[in-house]
Design a protein. Structure first.
Length: 81
């Protein structure tokens, strides 16, 4: 998958922001201290272990990062897909 940086520049700009939740099955990483980048990397670790793709939500504004957007962020961070 190639990542076109112009597709979601707002998500890239949000990588260092805090206030995100990782919804992963029965366990949620619920904290307003997690940055989007922290959770993108955590979701990637889960994916590498064969677990289902995760959904990441911004706590305050209810912004969601779905599976397709998550894979694009992995590519942006240089993480293998």
């Amino acid at each position: 998958m190639t990542f076109n940086k112009s597709e979601k520049p707002e998500l890239i700009a949000l990588l260092p922001t805090k206030g995100w939740n990782l919804e992963a099955g029965h366990t949620n990483a619920v904290s307003d201290h997690h940055t989007l980048e922290d959770l993108v990397r955590r979701a990637h670790e889960r994916y590498q272990k064969g677990e289902a793709l995760s959904l990441i939500k911004q706590v305050e504004n209810e912004v969601e990062v779905d599976a397709v957007e998550l894979q694009k962020l992995w590519a942006h961070l240089g993480l293998p897909i």
